[in-house]
Write a protein that binds this ligand. Sequence first.
Ligand SMILES: [Zn+2]
Length: 231
Amino acid sequence: MLPVRGRDGRATRAAHILRVRTAWTPVGDGEFYCPGCGGDRNYQRLTGRRRLTLLGVPLLPRGTAGPVVECAACRHHYGTDVLDHPTTRRFSAMLRDAVHTVALAVLAAGGTSSRTALETAAAAVRAAGFDGCTEEQLAALVDALAADTGRVLGAECGTSLTIELHEALDPLAPHLAPAGRESLLLQAARIALADGPYTPAERDALTTVGAALTICADDVTRLLAAARTPS
Ligand SMILES: [Zn+2]
């Protein structure tokens, strides 16, 4: 029995002395949303080289490790796919831009002659974070947009707005919960309804908003109907 115990002891001691250690080298940095801390933090992007060490002295290379992302606050390591998630700051900016673009699209479809539609739109844009947004600013933007696209071709107006909507909403949609996507469409619907029932052009614009938010057609129809029922 004794020799066996002795061999085990040597093996355990050897494992303590002989180790694979990773030396990390910073290759970049930035700000990210740390899932460990649950907030915006600085990070370092690291690549590693593994080495077999004897009593801490490197003996043999054992390949590369990483790249990983290290949180400056909690020091946890994550795969680089963690950078696909926008920071809270970036997410707020995307949401603010999305509400602004959606409001412009609905106003462009319904016209800027209705004061109540402009007021509803400006209130939504201000609530999203553009504190100084006024009815006049929105009206001027919509008129400029109409003049700009009208100069090219009347029929292309819808196309250019569709592109604008997709640019604002496509990067945002995957990071929004279903309730968040629906709330954005309902906000747009309320702007359209502020001056009366949906016009065909408004319905088209709202359908485009719904599609860009990856809400299925049936749900878009249901939500547009629900928005018409005063709560
Ligand atoms: Zn962290």
